[in-house]
Design a protein around this ligand. Structure first.
Ligand SMILES: [Zn+2]
Length: 269
């Protein structure tokens, strides 16, 4: 008798906490990468991701044109925190920034199943066991970055309004504007806790490309209006011409460096 074929679905029989431990031991590679989602092992026993103080934060933030990207930070001692899913411990929100291009298909860094999108948003968090983002970068479990793929749509997405209003005022490099924390709250609350994502151990996609990031990339893209995208694309770099492209090309993903597809199960309350 031949042995039963092994299911593609890898569901370790132990607890959710040790699922995160297994992910923490994956070998890191350079980012971004192209991911064939269908070929990733599927795990559904991880804890749900927990986003705290993203939607109920009344502090102000600053939106800055760095000359390379639109860069949002919060001016608050009580920053949002991320935990659960593949993460062990709490990760503190540090900054949000964007990658884009001149067209609607080459502006994302990660590529899922060959689909290109107009832009990608990164929410950067550092492990609360380290003193700062700078200290955390030195460690393999230092950073957790949540990535959203942004899909161009005809109609504007009202949840980006706050953020986009800020963009109008930072067209020139080094310009910044005070915006409300609502600029951060465009993610759909339902989707962040029930949406599927891919996770792997990777690197920063800007110099020094340190391999210190647990990536969490949501499968479902978020829509952004063409006009809203236009405001990102009109941001000027140091040479006072619009930043055309701030995307690192996908990197070779060596064999044996796993990407896990995580199906989130709605938490029982
Ligand atoms: Zn980024």
């Amino acid at each position: 008798m031949s042995p039963k074929p092994r299911s593609l679905k890898v569901c370790p029989s132990n607890t959710a906490a040790s699922d995160a431990e297994q992910i923490s031991k994956l070998r890191a590679s350079q980012s971004p990468i192209a991911i064939a989602v269908q070929r990733c092992p599927t795990w559904s026993s991880l804890e749900p991701l927990r986003f705290k103080r993203y939607w109920d934060n009344d502090s102000n933030g600053v939106l800055l044109n760095t000359g390379q990207t639109a860069y949002f930070t919060l001016d608050s001692p009580t920053r949002p925190r991320l935990s659960g899913g593949p993460l062990i411990g709490d990760y503190i929100f540090e900054q949000m920034h964007f990658h884009w291009s001149v067209d609607d298909f080459t502006g994302c860094e990660h590529v899922l199943d060959g689909h290109g999108y107009a832009a990608e948003c990164h929410l950067v968090h550092y492990n609360s066991k380290y003193e700062s983002l700078e200290a955390a970068v030195e460690h393999a479990d230092g950073l957790a970055v949540v990535g959203y793929l942004l899909e161009a749509a005809d109609a504007p997405n009202p949840s980006f309004d706050m953020f986009v209003e800020g963009l109008e005022q930072i067209r020139k490099p080094e310009h910044s504007v005070v915006v409300s924390a609502e600029s951060l709250a465009w993610m759909n609350r339902e989707d962040v806790t029930t949406g599927s994502y891919v996770t792997y151990k990777g690197s920063l996609t800007t110099p020094p490309y340190t391999e210190c990031v647990t990536w969490i990339i949501y499968e479902k893209p978020v829509q952004i209006g063409m006009e809203q995208l236009g405001l990102l694309r009109q941001l000027e770099g140091a040479d006072s011409v619009p930043i055309e492209r701030n995307v690192r090309p996908t990197q070779r993903h060596p064999p044996g460096h796993s990407v896990i597809y995580v199906k989130q199960i709605k938490a029982k309350l």
